[in-house]
Design a protein around this ligand. Sequence first.
Ligand code: LR7
Ligand code: MN
Length: 593
Amino acid sequence: GSAALRCFCYGCLFTSVTWTLLLFIYFNFSEESVRHVSVKGLEPYRPFPKKSYPRLSDGANKGRAGDPIGNFVETNGNFSPEMGMIFNEQDQDVRDVGYQKHAFNMLISNRLGYHRDVPDTRDPKCAKKIYPTELPLASIVICFYNEAFSALLRTVHSVLDRTAPNLLREIILVDDDSDLDDLKKPLDDYIKENLPNKVKLVRNKQRQGLIRGRMVGASHATGDVLVFLDSHCEVNEMWLQPLLSPIKENRKTVVCPVIDIISADTLIYSSSPVVRGGFNWGLHFKWDPVPLSELGGPDGFTAPFRSPTMAGGLFAMDREYFNTLGQYDSGMDIWGGENLEISFRIWMCGGSLLIVPCSRVGHIFRKRRPYGSPGGHDTMAHNSLRLAHVWMDDYKEQYFALRPELRNRDFGDISERLALRNRLNCKTFKWYLDNIYPEMQISGPNAKAQPPVFVNRGQKRPKILQRGRLINMQTNRCLVAQGHPSQKGGLVVAKDCDFNDSDQIWTYNEEHELILSNLLCLDMSETRSSDPPRLMKCHGSGGSQQWVFGKNNRLYQVSVGQCLKLTDSLSHKGYVAMAICDGSPAQQWHLDN
Ligand code: LR7
Ligand code: MN
């Protein structure tokens, strides 16, 4: 569903009064207070020793109260999908509040802790590459607003744990005036007590949005290269050298890692396909396959390749070049559009934008943005208008054709950005389309930054592990559709088994999907674990449709952390619901053919 992935609509009423106000806020950089800014040279930081990270099995969950029947599984340090298991009300709260506030599974995020290994998703050839020992120093800039504490700290520690210390000048955290309590004193304390003083924290006194927020971060940086990351990332093995090395060769080269996928529901880190950035005329970013002509050369598929646009959150750029190229448009607010703006600007004004397949960084992709903007403005529309008016020449008509209501919308003063375009002697948008993005076609405005999809995932059917009736062991009844199994959103109930009825047959596949009658997937609403499971279109991305058969014949749902239970074994209605796993007969199921 692309509709669910579209940006929020804030209903934009942008008066010039608020506009002036925001500009005023921006030009008052004295507003932000700076802490931990003293960089005492480059003291070596001892990375957390690999393979000794605190694990779930070492932590609070092992043999914990509320787990009399051994729900917790020894994972031997490996990730288990049962890591989201709910034991009590407190767990339930962490999960539910987490989804509300962050739109990902905070229970699992907290249990993972601040350090973990991630699978090395690089092409094996990458490990054999040799990079210059002398590379520019990196300043990592991480801007955050109301980030989950554990996700933020895992981002920071992943950098410290997997970056050669001699390449890391500093990590600059920019708190964009978050209002979560644990991001205040507890974060100050954690930084003071546990992090090297290469880690600095800057706080905006007023919410600036990620665009001006990054500019604040960059203004404090002292390294040669700025590396921007979102606040819910985990960097992979040898991620930095492959980014720094093309910049060393040419300081007008801007580079992005391949953005691996960290599931919002399970926090599982998985490899992303190698794709490149594009956009549509609605000015939404999208992923495109890489044309064969861009790949190859002596390095084959591991060589950096050109990308028309960047996703926005994860890239590295020479610090001086960032400044001479005009940083960002400070008239852009909160979220959206800046990624296309900087992409167009890089290409049109003499730079180049590459994706580096040997550098991998994971990012938690969520299905909605959990925060709004002050005043509820549609900042994506506002920012897109600015970029269209500054950079797109007559092609902005393509945008207005799709968004006619924006044609006369106020977008503030862009004279400085027009002057910048002039001063840098930038090429036309037509040149950009002809030379950098010749694939551009007319298309609808409905692709948003969603995880890239392996191009042939559609054709590749997951392998079936088992097929049969799903029988509740307390009653020996079969789980079937309450209505017709093709009815989307329909409930499932336990009814008397009918061995002639093929509509009672489930298949269970390697994606952990449970599919009834080859039609729909058993699905749990991601945000409300109190809702009963329903039959929904299979989406193939795990989470709400991921089920695991575990100990005591339980049927565990990964993203809600609970087990399927027959709630009225006595009546003939046969209702089921999710409940804390307790090993009782009402929670025992087997798939039988
Ligand atoms: O007001 C805010 N202040 C902030 O500091 C709003 C957000 N932020 C922070 C936030 O905490 C996060 O660390 O800014 C960062 C990005 O915000 P997200 O994670 O909500 O954005 P996103 O991942 O949904 O959006 C993508 O597009 C954005 C457009 O403005 C930014 O460029 C994001 O950095 C970008 N993320 C990525 O490119 C990661 C890969 C996603 C894809 C495709
Ligand atoms: Mn993000």
